[in-house]
Design a protein around this ligand. Structure first.
Ligand code: PHE
Length: 355
């Protein structure tokens, strides 16, 4: 058997074996490299007798082409096999839940609004809403705060037109008006939402949150207001002992009016609610002024009641130990991750509000 035939038969078997890309490249250079087996045969060509040379060259070329084609084909096969292997490994079932699934968090203000709604709903309050963009009538005039009333200046109002008819509501009190115009008494509602004043520092943000309360019925008095707020504060802070004081104040839409402070102290740099001799103002309240009831056509001989407005952001700061209000609105993901709440833990009184 000629050398050429031997090389051919030998390598056809070798190429058929189960090879990886390095092994086939190795074979390729063994055959066609500078001193490869096939290349060396070509070098022999000149020493071959003339009458055999043509045949030799022809056989050699055939073997060279045959082996080259086999190698090219083999390389393609190996590559396809490797791609398939890789695809098999990286196969994903898009219908399966993602393993590193990350759930978002509930903002402390949203959490507090849910907690507040849960607490008041336990004692018969329903939730009302009003728009952030209000008219000046609902925000001021109907609330016994006529034009040129000094209280209007104190609110640092964002007006939306030159005539000062539209504005961003400066408190949630206009929802009292909307509710009382829409329905008939009695009323027992809360109205949480955003409010706006042109003010900004560590404890004031131009957008903040309030929850309004309104309870109108026959024979409602200041004692009901006190009992209601006392219950609320205890539930919200999840403590039994609470120090609370009603301080005489003034709002055009309530008479008498009061501001409520809660007692606290600082222990080891932390705020402790219900102890100590420091006071912190958290809400305004009072008996709804007869003028307000008249403005919404309610018989003041038959009905009266109380209203209150609580600053939600402040309560949330106190309860969750957050000392700068501005952090609430910076949308810092790391902050939210730390102070946020699990969306599946919906606050309710009987299960515990914030646990
Ligand atoms: N609207 C008042 C404020 O924003 C709070 C308040 C509400 C006072 C209801 C009395 C009754 O300051």
């Amino acid at each position: 058997m000629s050398d050429i035939k031997k090389i051919r038969d030998n390598f056809i078997i070798k190429i058929k074996e189960n090879l990886d890309i390095n092994q086939i490249n190795q074979i390729k250079s063994e055959l066609f490299g500078k001193n490869g087996l096939v290349s060396s045969q070509f070098k022999k060509l000149s020493s071959i007798a003339e009458n055999e040379r043509k045949q030799f060259a022809s056989d050699l070329n055939n073997v060279k082409n045959e082996l080259q084609n086999l190698i090219v084909k083999k390389i393609q096969d190996i590559e396809i096999k490797e791609i398939n292997k890789k695809l098999e490994k990286e196969k994903i079932d898009v219908t399966l839940p993602e393993r590193n699934f990350y759930r978002g968090k509930i903002h402390p203000v949203s959490q507090s609004i849910d907690e507040i709604s849960s607490i008041f709903s336990e004692i018969g309050f329903s939730v009302e809403e009003g728009p952030d963009v209000e008219n000046e009538y609902n925000n001021f005039t109907a609330l016994n705060t006529p034009d040129n009333h000094p209280a209007r200046d104190m609110h640092d109002t964002f007006y939306l037109d030159d005539n000062k008819e539209l504005l961003l509501r400066t408190h949630t009190s206009p929802v009292q008006i909307r509710t009382m115009i829409k329905d008939k008494p009695p009323f027992k509602i809360i109205a949480p939402g955003r409010t706006y004043r042109s003010d900004s520092d560590q404890t004031h943000a131009p957008m903040f949150h309030q929850v309004e309360g309104l309870h109108i019925d026959e024979n409602i008095n200041m004692g009901h207001l006190k009992g209601c707020l006392n219950y609320f504060i205890k539930e919200f802070f999840e403590i039994d002992k609470i120090k609370m004081r009603f301080r005489p104040s003034h709002f055009p839409f309530t008479e008498p009016s009061a501001e409520v402070d809660i007692g606290y102290e600082i222990k080891d740099g932390k705020i402790v609610i219900g102890e100590g001799d420091k006071w912190l103002e958290i809400l305004g309240c009072g008996m709804v002024h007869p003028n307000v009831l008249k403005n919404v056509k309610i018989d003041t001989k038959k009905y009266q009641g109380y209203a209150f407005g609580i600053g939600i952001d402040r309560l949330a700061m106190l309860k969750y130990g957050i000392n700068d209000l501005r952090a609430f609105f910076e949308c810092d993901y790391r902050w939210l991750n730390h102070f946020g709440f699990d969306p599946l833990d919906v606050p309710s009184n009987y299960r515990g509000l914030s646990r």
